[in-house]
Design a binder for this molecule. Structure first.
Ligand code: AN7
Length: 358
C-alpha cells in the first residue's frame, strides 16, 4: 500500500496515487493539493447506538473548494490541459461548477457552467463566480443541463468535465485508496450520498483495484438518495426531482447502471431517505462538530435508517461514511430557520443577566 506522506511534502492526489490512475501521458498536472482528507470518529453517536463498533466520517468538505469534486477535477483538468483544450464546460447542481471553475482558473482555461435556475446553494454559485467561470442558469433541471452540455461538447472544442468524463472517476478513486491506506484495509460498510452516481462508481472501482493489488478487502456499499430524487430506488428516471439536498436533486443519473452494479456486487444497497431524515442527520453531525451541506448528511441518514430497520447490525463492524461537501456551501438551509441572535447593549451587567439568567 501507499504510505501516508507527511503534511510537509503532500502534493495532491495525482502525485501520491498517479501511478494507479488511468491518465494519458499527455496530462499536465494541475493541482490545488486536494485529497488527504481526515477520517473523523463520532464517539458519542456510537455510544448512543449501544457501542461496540467503529464509525468514521471521511470529511471531503475539507477539499480546496469544499467538496469531493476536486479529486476528479484535478485529474480531468490535467488531462484536458495536456490535450490542448482552451475551455471546459459542465452541468452542475453546484459543487462540480465551483470545482471546475477553480481548477480551470488554476490551469488558465475558460470555464462555462450550466446550473438549474434557483436550485444551487449560495456558497457554490459564489464560488463559481469568484473563480471566474461564466455561469449560465437554465430554465430546467440538472438533467436538462447535462443533456445540453453533452451535445455542446460534441460539436465544439470545449471539454466536458462532468463525471461522464472517465478521468473524473480516475481521480475520485483516490478517496477509496486513502481509506484503505489509513485503516490498512477496507471498512465493512461504506455509506455515501448518490446523485449523478459518479462517486459511488469511483469508490467501487477504487476499492476493487486496491483489493486486486494489495488484498485490502471490499466494503459493502450503501448508496443513499433523497426520497424526492431517487431514480435508482424507483427503477426509472424521475422527471421532476425535488429535495432540500439540492446537490443530489438529480432524476437521471449518468452513471446509474454502474451505481446499481456497485451496490449489487458489494452486497450492499441503494436506498432513499426523506428530507427530514437528511436534516436530522445534518444536525447530528453538527452536534459532534462537523457541519456539512444537506446532501452530505444523506450517508449518515441512510445508515441510521438501516440500523433502525434491523438491516445493518453494526456490532463489531467498522463503518466509514462519506461527507461529500462542507456546510458553508449551503448556509441558507440553516439561516432560513435560524432565530435572530439576541441583541444587547455592550454592557457587562446585561451580558451576565442574558447568559446566566436573573
Ligand atoms: C455534496 O455538483 O452532481 O453521485 O453537479 O455535490 O457523484 O453525483 C454534485 C453531487 C453528493 C453526489 N454530495 O455525487 C454537481 C453534482 C454532494 C454533491 C453528490 C454531489 P454523485
Amino acid at each position: 500500500m501507499i504510505n501516508q506522506q507527511t503534511e510537509q511534502n503532500y502534493q495532491g492526489i495525482l502525485n501520491r496515487y498517479g501511478q494507479l490512475l488511468q491518465l494519458p501521458a499527455h496530462s499536465q498536472r494541475v493541482t490545488l493539493l486536494e485529497g488527504n482528507t481526515p477520517l473523523i470518529p463520532l464517539p458519542r453517536f456510537v455510544d448512543e447506538l449501544g457501542g461496540g463498533f467503529e464509525f468514521l466520517i471521511k470529511y471531503e468538505g475539507l477539499n480546496p473548494t469544499g467538496s469531493f469534486k476536486d479529486r476528479g477535477m484535478t485529474a480531468a483538468i490535467s488531462e484536458t490541459l495536456g490535450a490542448g483544450s482552451k475551455a471546459v464546460i459542465c452541468a452542475s447542481t453546484g459543487n462540480t461548477a465551483a470545482s471546475a471553475a477553480a481548477y480551470a482558473a488554476r490551469a488558465g482555461l475558460k470555464a462555462y457552467v450550466l446550473i438549474p435556475q434557483g436550485k444551487v446553494a449560495t456558497g457554490k454559485l459564489a464560488g463559481a463566480v469568484a473563480y471566474g467561470a461564466r455561469v449560465i442558469q437554465i430554465e430546467g433541471s440538472f438533467d436538462d443541463a447535462l443533456t445540453l452540455v453533452v451535445r455542446l461538447s460534441q460539436n465544439h472544442p470545449i471539454a466536458l468535465v462532468n463525471s461522464i468524463n472517465p478521468y473524473r472517476l480516475e481521480g475520485q478513486k483516490t478517496a477509496a485508496f486513502e481509506i484503505c491506506d489509513a485503516l490498512k484495509k477496507a471498512p465493512d460498510w461504506l455509506c455515501l450520498p448518490v446523485g449523478n452516481a459518479g462517486n459511488i462508481t469511483s469508490y467501487w472501482m477504487g476499492f476493487k483495484q486496491y483489493n486486486d493489488l494489495f488484498g485490502s478487502g471490499l466494503p459493502k456499499i450503501l448508496g443513499v438518495q433523497a426520497a424526492g430524487a431517487a431514480p435508482l430506488v424507483a427503477g426509472h428516471p424521475i422527471d421532476f426531482p425535488e429535495t432540500i439536498a439540492t446537490a443530489i436533486r438529480i432524476g437521471k443519473p449518468a452513471r446509474g447502471e454502474q451505481a446499481l452494479q456497485a451496490a449489487e456486487e458489494s452486497h450492499g444497497k441503494i436506498i432513499a431517505v426523506s428530507d427530514q431524515e437528511i436534516l436530522s442527520a445534518q444536525k447530528r453531525l453538527a452536534q459532534e462538530g462537523i457541519w456539512v451541506e444537506p446532501a452530505s448528511a444523506a450517508g449518515l441518514a441512510g445508515f441510521i435508517r438501516q440500523v433502525n430497520a434491523g438491516h445493518i447490525d453494526p456490532k463489531g463492524k467498522r463503518i466509514v461514511t462519506i461527507c461529500t461537501g462542507h456546510g458553508l456551501k449551503d448556509p441558507d438551509t440553516i439561516s432560513k430557520n435560524m432565530p435572530q441572535p439576541d441583541l444587547i447593549p455592550s454592557d457587562l451587567h446585561i451580558l451576565e443577566k442574558t447568559i446566566l439568567g436573573e
